[in-house]
Design a protein around this ligand. Structure first.
Ligand SMILES: [Zn+2]
Length: 355
Protein backbone atom coordinates (compact mmCIF):
# COMPACT_ATOMS: atom_id res chain seq x y z
CA UNK A 1 0.00 0.00 0.00
CA UNK A 2 1.32 3.42 -0.98
CA UNK A 3 0.92 5.76 1.94
CA UNK A 4 2.13 9.25 2.84
CA UNK A 5 4.08 9.94 6.00
CA UNK A 6 1.12 11.77 7.46
CA UNK A 7 -1.19 8.80 7.03
CA UNK A 8 1.43 6.39 8.29
CA UNK A 9 1.69 8.36 11.48
CA UNK A 10 -2.04 8.91 11.77
CA UNK A 11 -2.87 5.18 11.55
CA UNK A 12 0.36 4.00 13.23
CA UNK A 13 1.20 1.74 10.28
CA UNK A 14 4.21 -0.54 10.49
CA UNK A 15 6.83 0.11 7.82
CA UNK A 16 6.71 -3.44 6.49
CA UNK A 17 3.15 -3.19 5.16
CA UNK A 18 3.54 0.17 3.35
CA UNK A 19 5.59 2.07 0.80
CA UNK A 20 6.07 5.74 1.57
CA UNK A 21 4.76 7.93 -1.27
CA UNK A 22 3.65 11.47 -0.48
CA UNK A 23 1.78 12.28 -3.70
CA UNK A 24 0.20 8.90 -4.43
CA UNK A 25 -1.09 8.09 -0.97
CA UNK A 26 -3.93 5.57 -1.37
CA UNK A 27 -5.59 6.73 1.83
CA UNK A 28 -5.77 10.55 1.79
CA UNK A 29 -5.07 10.73 -1.96
CA UNK A 30 -2.47 13.39 -1.29
CA UNK A 31 -4.62 15.83 0.69
CA UNK A 32 -2.58 15.71 3.89
CA UNK A 33 0.46 16.61 1.86
CA UNK A 34 -1.08 20.03 1.14
CA UNK A 35 -1.90 21.32 4.59
CA UNK A 36 0.81 23.92 4.33
CA UNK A 37 -0.48 25.15 0.94
CA UNK A 38 -4.00 25.58 2.26
CA UNK A 39 -2.68 27.29 5.35
CA UNK A 40 -0.94 29.86 3.15
CA UNK A 41 -4.05 30.33 1.04
CA UNK A 42 -6.11 30.84 4.17
CA UNK A 43 -3.61 33.33 5.54
CA UNK A 44 -3.59 35.29 2.33
CA UNK A 45 -7.31 35.26 1.63
CA UNK A 46 -8.41 36.26 5.12
CA UNK A 47 -5.85 39.01 5.67
CA UNK A 48 -8.43 41.76 5.29
CA UNK A 49 -11.29 40.05 7.08
CA UNK A 50 -12.13 40.63 10.71
CA UNK A 51 -13.23 37.40 12.42
CA UNK A 52 -12.43 35.44 15.54
CA UNK A 53 -14.36 32.18 15.11
CA UNK A 54 -13.95 29.99 12.05
CA UNK A 55 -14.75 26.59 10.65
CA UNK A 56 -13.13 24.39 8.03
CA UNK A 57 -14.93 22.14 5.59
CA UNK A 58 -13.56 19.58 3.16
CA UNK A 59 -15.34 17.93 0.31
CA UNK A 60 -13.33 14.76 -0.14
CA UNK A 61 -13.03 12.47 -3.14
CA UNK A 62 -15.61 9.78 -2.40
CA UNK A 63 -13.55 6.85 -3.45
CA UNK A 64 -10.57 7.94 -1.31
CA UNK A 65 -12.71 8.70 1.69
CA UNK A 66 -14.51 5.35 1.61
CA UNK A 67 -11.23 3.48 1.38
CA UNK A 68 -9.81 5.52 4.22
CA UNK A 69 -12.82 4.87 6.47
CA UNK A 70 -12.50 1.17 5.79
CA UNK A 71 -8.79 1.21 6.61
CA UNK A 72 -9.34 3.17 9.80
CA UNK A 73 -11.99 0.64 10.88
CA UNK A 74 -9.69 -2.29 10.15
CA UNK A 75 -6.36 -1.03 11.39
CA UNK A 76 -6.91 1.72 13.92
CA UNK A 77 -10.54 2.34 14.92
CA UNK A 78 -9.62 5.02 17.44
CA UNK A 79 -7.64 7.02 14.85
CA UNK A 80 -8.87 10.02 12.87
CA UNK A 81 -9.95 9.63 9.24
CA UNK A 82 -8.05 11.86 6.82
CA UNK A 83 -10.76 14.49 6.67
CA UNK A 84 -10.67 14.82 10.45
CA UNK A 85 -6.89 14.82 10.37
CA UNK A 86 -6.81 17.57 7.78
CA UNK A 87 -9.16 19.91 9.67
CA UNK A 88 -7.44 19.02 12.95
CA UNK A 89 -4.01 19.95 11.67
CA UNK A 90 -4.99 22.95 9.56
CA UNK A 91 -7.41 24.25 12.21
CA UNK A 92 -4.84 23.79 14.94
CA UNK A 93 -2.28 25.71 12.97
CA UNK A 94 -4.67 28.59 12.28
CA UNK A 95 -5.58 28.71 15.96
CA UNK A 96 -1.97 28.72 16.99
CA UNK A 97 -0.56 31.16 14.45
CA UNK A 98 -3.49 33.55 14.02
CA UNK A 99 -5.08 33.27 17.44
CA UNK A 100 -8.53 32.45 15.99
CA UNK A 101 -10.85 29.78 17.39
CA UNK A 102 -12.54 26.88 15.67
CA UNK A 103 -16.29 27.17 16.26
CA UNK A 104 -18.77 24.56 15.03
CA UNK A 105 -21.92 26.42 16.03
CA UNK A 106 -21.49 30.00 14.96
CA UNK A 107 -18.41 30.52 12.85
CA UNK A 108 -17.93 34.01 11.49
CA UNK A 109 -15.93 32.63 8.61
CA UNK A 110 -16.00 29.25 6.88
CA UNK A 111 -13.21 28.01 4.64
CA UNK A 112 -14.25 25.17 2.32
CA UNK A 113 -11.97 23.05 0.24
CA UNK A 114 -12.77 20.73 -2.62
CA UNK A 115 -10.22 17.93 -2.65
CA UNK A 116 -10.91 16.88 -6.20
CA UNK A 117 -10.61 20.27 -7.91
CA UNK A 118 -8.39 22.01 -5.38
CA UNK A 119 -10.90 24.89 -5.33
CA UNK A 120 -11.75 26.66 -2.14
CA UNK A 121 -14.34 29.18 -0.99
CA UNK A 122 -14.70 31.58 1.88
CA UNK A 123 -18.05 32.35 3.44
CA UNK A 124 -18.42 35.29 5.77
CA UNK A 125 -21.30 35.34 8.21
CA UNK A 126 -23.62 38.28 7.57
CA UNK A 127 -24.30 40.85 10.26
CA UNK A 128 -27.80 41.90 11.21
CA UNK A 129 -28.38 45.33 12.66
CA UNK A 130 -31.77 46.21 14.06
CA UNK A 131 -33.20 49.47 15.32
CA UNK A 132 -35.94 51.98 14.61
CA UNK A 133 -35.96 54.76 12.05
CA UNK A 134 -37.59 58.13 12.10
CA UNK A 135 -38.38 60.04 8.94
CA UNK A 136 -38.06 63.75 9.49
CA UNK A 137 -38.67 64.99 5.94
CA UNK A 138 -41.56 64.23 3.60
CA UNK A 139 -40.94 62.76 0.17
CA UNK A 140 -38.48 60.01 1.08
CA UNK A 141 -39.77 56.63 -0.13
CA UNK A 142 -38.96 53.54 1.92
CA UNK A 143 -37.50 51.61 -1.00
CA UNK A 144 -35.98 52.93 -4.24
CA UNK A 145 -38.59 54.47 -6.49
CA UNK A 146 -37.81 53.16 -9.96
CA UNK A 147 -39.89 54.11 -12.95
CA UNK A 148 -39.37 51.48 -15.66
CA UNK A 149 -39.29 54.12 -18.39
CA UNK A 150 -37.50 57.00 -16.71
CA UNK A 151 -35.32 55.19 -14.19
CA UNK A 152 -34.93 56.53 -10.69
CA UNK A 153 -37.40 59.15 -9.57
CA UNK A 154 -37.24 61.46 -6.62
CA UNK A 155 -34.74 61.28 -3.82
CA UNK A 156 -32.91 58.31 -2.36
CA UNK A 157 -34.88 55.90 -0.22
CA UNK A 158 -34.76 55.09 3.48
CA UNK A 159 -33.35 51.66 2.65
CA UNK A 160 -30.49 53.27 0.70
CA UNK A 161 -29.67 55.90 3.31
CA UNK A 162 -29.43 53.18 5.94
CA UNK A 163 -28.06 50.33 3.80
CA UNK A 164 -25.35 52.25 1.97
CA UNK A 165 -24.14 53.91 5.18
CA UNK A 166 -23.87 50.45 6.75
CA UNK A 167 -22.03 49.02 3.72
CA UNK A 168 -19.37 51.69 3.98
CA UNK A 169 -18.86 51.30 7.70
CA UNK A 170 -18.66 47.50 7.62
CA UNK A 171 -16.79 47.44 4.29
CA UNK A 172 -19.38 44.99 3.01
CA UNK A 173 -20.55 43.81 -0.40
CA UNK A 174 -24.29 44.06 -0.24
CA UNK A 175 -27.26 44.73 2.03
CA UNK A 176 -30.87 43.80 2.42
CA UNK A 177 -33.27 46.14 4.16
CA UNK A 178 -36.50 45.16 5.91
CA UNK A 179 -38.93 47.35 7.86
CA UNK A 180 -42.06 46.40 9.71
CA UNK A 181 -44.64 48.02 7.43
CA UNK A 182 -44.20 51.34 5.68
CA UNK A 183 -45.52 54.86 5.80
CA UNK A 184 -46.55 56.74 2.67
CA UNK A 185 -43.89 58.75 0.85
CA UNK A 186 -45.52 61.99 2.00
CA UNK A 187 -45.92 60.94 5.66
CA UNK A 188 -43.41 61.57 8.41
CA UNK A 189 -42.40 58.80 10.79
CA UNK A 190 -41.94 60.34 14.23
CA UNK A 191 -42.14 59.34 17.89
CA UNK A 192 -40.46 56.06 18.75
CA UNK A 193 -39.72 55.25 15.10
CA UNK A 194 -40.43 52.18 12.97
CA UNK A 195 -38.66 48.84 13.59
CA UNK A 196 -36.30 47.71 10.84
CA UNK A 197 -33.25 45.58 10.28
CA UNK A 198 -30.53 45.57 7.70
CA UNK A 199 -28.64 42.44 6.71
CA UNK A 200 -25.05 43.16 5.75
CA UNK A 201 -23.48 40.58 3.45
CA UNK A 202 -19.79 39.74 3.46
CA UNK A 203 -18.65 42.35 5.96
CA UNK A 204 -14.90 42.77 6.23
CA UNK A 205 -15.40 44.52 9.56
CA UNK A 206 -17.53 43.16 12.38
CA UNK A 207 -16.79 45.48 15.25
CA UNK A 208 -17.81 48.85 13.81
CA UNK A 209 -19.18 51.53 16.10
CA UNK A 210 -22.95 51.72 15.74
CA UNK A 211 -23.01 55.28 17.10
CA UNK A 212 -20.94 56.18 14.10
CA UNK A 213 -23.51 54.50 11.87
CA UNK A 214 -26.29 56.59 13.44
CA UNK A 215 -24.33 59.72 12.66
CA UNK A 216 -23.50 58.77 9.10
CA UNK A 217 -27.11 57.89 8.26
CA UNK A 218 -28.23 61.26 9.53
CA UNK A 219 -25.56 63.07 7.56
CA UNK A 220 -26.03 61.07 4.37
CA UNK A 221 -29.79 61.75 4.40
CA UNK A 222 -29.24 65.42 5.25
CA UNK A 223 -31.20 65.00 8.49
CA UNK A 224 -34.06 63.22 6.70
CA UNK A 225 -33.57 59.90 8.47
CA UNK A 226 -32.65 59.31 12.09
CA UNK A 227 -32.08 55.88 13.56
CA UNK A 228 -32.34 54.94 17.22
CA UNK A 229 -31.51 51.92 19.32
CA UNK A 230 -29.14 50.33 16.80
CA UNK A 231 -27.84 46.96 17.94
CA UNK A 232 -26.53 43.70 16.53
CA UNK A 233 -29.45 41.33 16.23
CA UNK A 234 -29.64 37.55 16.40
CA UNK A 235 -31.40 35.39 13.82
CA UNK A 236 -34.23 34.83 16.32
CA UNK A 237 -34.81 38.54 16.77
CA UNK A 238 -34.89 39.01 13.00
CA UNK A 239 -37.47 36.23 12.62
CA UNK A 240 -39.61 37.82 15.30
CA UNK A 241 -39.38 41.22 13.64
CA UNK A 242 -40.38 39.72 10.29
CA UNK A 243 -43.53 38.24 11.77
CA UNK A 244 -44.62 41.00 14.10
CA UNK A 245 -47.45 43.39 13.42
CA UNK A 246 -47.73 46.74 15.11
CA UNK A 247 -50.64 48.99 15.92
CA UNK A 248 -50.08 52.62 15.03
CA UNK A 249 -50.87 56.08 16.28
CA UNK A 250 -51.22 58.75 13.62
CA UNK A 251 -51.43 62.50 13.61
CA UNK A 252 -53.53 63.69 10.69
CA UNK A 253 -54.22 67.23 9.53
CA UNK A 254 -57.52 67.37 7.66
CA UNK A 255 -59.81 70.00 6.18
CA UNK A 256 -63.56 69.57 5.91
CA UNK A 257 -65.55 70.69 2.91
CA UNK A 258 -67.95 72.40 5.31
CA UNK A 259 -68.01 72.86 9.04
CA UNK A 260 -69.63 70.12 11.12
CA UNK A 261 -70.96 71.40 14.47
CA UNK A 262 -71.31 68.10 16.28
CA UNK A 263 -67.95 66.75 15.21
CA UNK A 264 -66.81 66.15 18.81
CA UNK A 265 -69.84 64.03 19.52
CA UNK A 266 -69.54 62.00 16.35
CA UNK A 267 -65.82 61.36 16.68
CA UNK A 268 -66.23 60.55 20.33
CA UNK A 269 -68.34 57.56 19.34
CA UNK A 270 -65.43 56.04 17.44
CA UNK A 271 -64.17 53.61 20.05
CA UNK A 272 -62.90 50.24 18.98
CA UNK A 273 -65.00 50.06 15.84
CA UNK A 274 -64.43 47.61 13.02
CA UNK A 275 -64.10 48.90 9.48
CA UNK A 276 -64.06 47.04 6.17
CA UNK A 277 -61.50 48.09 3.62
CA UNK A 278 -61.44 47.06 0.02
CA UNK A 279 -57.88 47.47 -1.37
CA UNK A 280 -57.49 51.23 -1.95
CA UNK A 281 -57.84 52.62 -5.44
CA UNK A 282 -54.36 54.12 -5.31
CA UNK A 283 -52.62 50.76 -4.82
CA UNK A 284 -54.94 48.56 -6.90
CA UNK A 285 -52.31 48.33 -9.64
CA UNK A 286 -49.78 46.71 -7.34
CA UNK A 287 -51.90 44.88 -4.76
CA UNK A 288 -54.60 42.29 -5.14
CA UNK A 289 -58.16 43.52 -4.65
CA UNK A 290 -59.47 42.07 -1.40
CA UNK A 291 -61.48 42.96 1.66
CA UNK A 292 -59.76 43.51 5.03
CA UNK A 293 -61.33 44.03 8.41
CA UNK A 294 -59.43 46.36 10.69
CA UNK A 295 -60.03 48.11 14.01
CA UNK A 296 -59.95 51.81 14.72
CA UNK A 297 -59.29 52.02 18.44
CA UNK A 298 -59.90 55.72 18.94
CA UNK A 299 -59.96 59.14 17.35
CA UNK A 300 -59.14 62.26 19.35
CA UNK A 301 -59.17 65.89 18.32
CA UNK A 302 -55.87 67.61 18.98
CA UNK A 303 -56.78 70.91 17.35
CA UNK A 304 -60.12 72.21 16.09
CA UNK A 305 -60.25 75.33 13.94
CA UNK A 306 -63.66 74.82 12.42
CA UNK A 307 -63.00 73.40 9.00
CA UNK A 308 -59.44 72.47 9.79
CA UNK A 309 -58.63 69.85 12.36
CA UNK A 310 -55.72 67.87 13.68
CA UNK A 311 -56.64 64.37 14.81
CA UNK A 312 -54.84 61.67 16.71
CA UNK A 313 -55.96 58.25 15.49
CA UNK A 314 -55.03 54.90 16.95
CA UNK A 315 -55.53 52.01 14.53
CA UNK A 316 -54.80 48.34 14.12
CA UNK A 317 -51.76 47.12 12.17
CA UNK A 318 -52.43 47.14 8.45
CA UNK A 319 -55.16 49.81 8.42
CA UNK A 320 -55.21 52.09 5.39
CA UNK A 321 -55.59 55.23 7.43
CA UNK A 322 -56.05 57.75 4.61
CA UNK A 323 -58.91 55.69 3.25
CA UNK A 324 -60.53 55.43 6.67
CA UNK A 325 -60.68 59.24 6.62
CA UNK A 326 -61.76 59.87 3.04
CA UNK A 327 -63.80 56.72 2.44
CA UNK A 328 -62.03 56.06 -0.89
CA UNK A 329 -65.29 56.36 -2.89
CA UNK A 330 -67.08 53.88 -0.69
CA UNK A 331 -64.32 51.27 -0.72
CA UNK A 332 -63.76 51.76 3.04
CA UNK A 333 -66.83 51.46 5.26
CA UNK A 334 -67.61 53.08 7.56
CA UNK A 335 -65.32 56.07 7.07
CA UNK A 336 -65.01 59.41 8.81
CA UNK A 337 -66.24 61.19 5.72
CA UNK A 338 -69.33 59.02 5.71
CA UNK A 339 -69.96 59.47 9.44
CA UNK A 340 -69.61 63.24 9.24
CA UNK A 341 -71.43 63.54 5.92
CA UNK A 342 -68.76 65.76 4.35
CA UNK A 343 -65.86 65.37 2.00
CA UNK A 344 -62.54 65.45 3.77
CA UNK A 345 -59.15 66.36 2.44
CA UNK A 346 -55.96 65.17 4.07
CA UNK A 347 -53.41 67.93 4.56
CA UNK A 348 -50.68 65.85 6.12
CA UNK A 349 -50.08 62.56 7.87
CA UNK A 350 -47.47 61.66 10.46
CA UNK A 351 -46.96 58.32 12.14
CA UNK A 352 -46.37 58.96 15.83
CA UNK A 353 -46.08 55.52 17.29
CA UNK A 354 -45.45 51.98 16.12
CA UNK A 355 -46.10 49.64 19.01
ZN1 LIG B 1 -2.03 10.26 3.10
Amino acid sequence: MNVCKNCQKRLRLEEDIITLDAENCELCCGLLNHINDYFNIFLNETKEIEFSKFLLGVETIDECFKRDLQTVANLCPECRNFKQEFTFQLGGRIEEVLGKKVDFKEPELTFKINQETGDYSIWIKPIYIAGRYKKMRRGIPQSPWINSAKGREGEKSISEYIGISALKLFRAKDYNFFASGREDVDALMLGNGRPFYVEISKPLIRSADLKELETSIKEYSRNGIEVIGLHLASKEEIEELKNSKYDKVYEVGISLEKEEKSIDEILDKIRNIEIEQQTPNRVLGIRKDKLRKRRIYEVNILKNEGKRLVLIIKAEAGTYIKEFITGDNGRTKPSMSEMLGVNIQIEYLNVLEVN
